[in-house]
Design a protein around this ligand. Structure first.
Ligand code: NAD
Length: 484
């Protein structure tokens, strides 16, 4: 079915209760290779009945063998799974390249990050503990960190491996039983991962995977009364629906949504050091990154120099099929290409300071030229809306106050960076920027397994990654014992 002929799992099935099963409705969705537009296989079109079976299996796992595993056992299993993922880096990267259109070296980095999440959460599993609380005379009071029970995980197509690592990894480390609904556009590595987990001895039902459409399998999962927590990564519009659906069952939700993340370059910045970060954080994964830096705010005294140097880099960017492993691959789908083309049209009267080069790009693939727009007004749609393609805007500012107002002037707040040698300004800006993460003299698009990550405003709420995720995937019980 794919260029990778030695698949160790059946990509057209769901994994429920440790078994590969066909979807109950017997319907399938076509899987396209974004580099060529060719159909490379089919995946299950899971429905409410499949989700119901998966939630039932997860409940049984929670109440059965999996629920009795110690934190040490869970940690060892995750660590071993991480090692197995590392040995499969090349196969996973090739699957992702074909499925998502991600250039091979970026797909390889995702597989390595997945292994790193498993290693991190494997090591952390038995380090999470409650506290004792001094209370009234005659009492001993302590808290217990307990799993929610059944956790639902809804994942987008842009970084399946990394997002599964950070959410399913942390949920399993804390003893939850998971139901994963990968994106309809990209679910091969999710299925591959679940089978690897089975191979290292994860008990049946602890991780179930049901591919399918968002409005069908996804909605069935978020509305299911047997789910105790939902981790959603995706668009603002869907996130809002997911939260409303979960609210009906009074279920907590973590929302990791979009962004319009700025990098702010002051006139005293080390521009040589900043330059690779300025461009790469915008074009990584063809700009289809929630933490992409799509706004470059530049002090007026260095504006021309920075834009010129960024444009030169844009002129060198090579765009082509994922397997050619160039700088930029195709977009995920023809639909996404249509959206990006619309944004590029919006900037037709603006100065396009740089354009990438299409290389050996098949007609059926979803390619666009990476584009840097210069001299963009901070209120222009290109500077306000999440584009989710390889498009950046350069905006000039006069002083620190204006830089801050522009940085905080969108609905989002996911990631930001400040490039300046002035220590006091670094501290002032880091405090005043409204964002889940602020980087000083660097930019960590997509990286940082150990670093809590999440948004404010329309970028979402709740935190994943790092130790913080372990708090999110547990609930706290207070025990107050009176012994006189
Ligand atoms: P999307 O919201 O369309 O889909 C995300 C997932 O939600 C998919 O699995 C989809 O099937 C499912 N879904 C769709 N409708 C649903 C419904 N009614 N009920 C339940 N599930 C449903 O988003 P997308 O286009 O796949 O991803 C792009 C968006 O994701 C961008 O806005 C991007 O910024 C965001 N994103 C955020 C992060 C983050 O960590 N903050 C990471 C990656 C992507």
């Amino acid at each position: 079915m794919t260029e990778n002929n030695d698949l160790w799992f059946d990509p057209s099935k769901c994994l429920i209760n440790g078994e590969w099963v066909a979807p109950v409705g017997g319907e399938y969705l076509a899987l396209e290779n974004p580099s060529t537009g060719e159909v490379i296989g089919q995946i299950a079109r899971g429905q409410a009945a499949d989700i119901d079976a998966a939630v039932g299996a997860a409940q049984a796992a929670r109440d059965g063998e999996w629920g009795r595993w110690s934190a040490l056992q869970r940690g060892r299993m995750l660590t071993e799974l991480g090692r197995l993922v590392l040995t499969k880096t090349e196969e996973l990267a090739r699957l992702e390249a074909q499925d998502v259109g991600k250039p091979l070296k970026q797909a390889r980095a995702d597989a390595i990050a997945l292994a790193r999440y498993l290693e991190f959460y494997g090591g952390a599993a038995d380090k999470l503990h409650g506290e004792t609380i001094p209370y009234l005379e005659g009492y001993t009071v302590y808290t217990l960190r307990e799993p929610h029970g059944v956790t639902g995980h809804i994942v987008p197509w842009n970084y399946p491996m990394q997002i599964i690592g950070r959410s399913v990894g942390a949920a399993l480390a804390t003893g939850n039983a998971c139901v994963l609904k990968p994106a309809e556009d990209a679910c091969l590595t999710a299925l591959a991962f679940a089978d690897l987990a089975r191979q290292v001895g994860l008990p049946a039902g602890a991780l179930n995977v049901v591919p399918g459409l968002g409005g069908e399998a996804g909605a069935a999962l978020t509305g299911h009364g047997g789910v105790n927590h939902i981790s959603f990564t995706g668009s603002v519009m869907t996130g809002s629906m997911v939260q409303a659906s979960a609210a009906k069952n009074v279920v907590p939700v973590t929302l990791e949504l979009g962004g319009k993340s700025p990098q702010i370059v002051f006139e005293d910045a080390d521009i040589d050091a900043a330059l690779p970060f300025l461009v790469n954080a915008g074009i990584q994964n063809a700009g289809q990154t929630c933490s992409a830096s799509s706004r470059i705010l530049i002090h007026k005294n260095v504006y021309d120099q920075v834009v010129e140097r960024m444009a030169a880099r844009y002129g060198e960017l090579r765009v082509g099929p994922a397997m050619d492993d160039l700088d930029v691959g195709p977009l995920i789908s023809a639909k996404q290409k249509g959206i990006i083309d619309g944004f590029l049209d919006l900037g037709s009267d603006l100065e396009a300071a740089g354009r990438g080069v299409l290389e050996n790009a098949p007609d059926g693939g979803n390619y666009v030229r990476p584009t840097l727009f210069a001299g963009v007004d901070a209120h222009h749609a290109l500077a306000q809306d999440e584009i989710f393609g390889p498009v950046q805007v350069a905006i000039a500012f006069e002083d620190e106050a204006e830089a801050l107002a522009i940085a905080n002037g969108t609905d989002y707040g996911l990631v930001a960076s400040v490039w300046t040698a002035n220590g006091a300004r670094q501290m002032r800006m880091a405090k005043a920027i409204r964002s889940g993460q602020v980087f000083i003299n660097n930019y960590g698009a997509g990286g940082g397994v150990e670093l809590p990550f999440g948004g404010v405003g329309k970028s979402g709420h709740g935190r994943e990654k790092g130790f913080e995720a372990l708090y999110g995937f547990t609930t706290l019980k207070t025990v107050a014992a009176y012994h006189g």
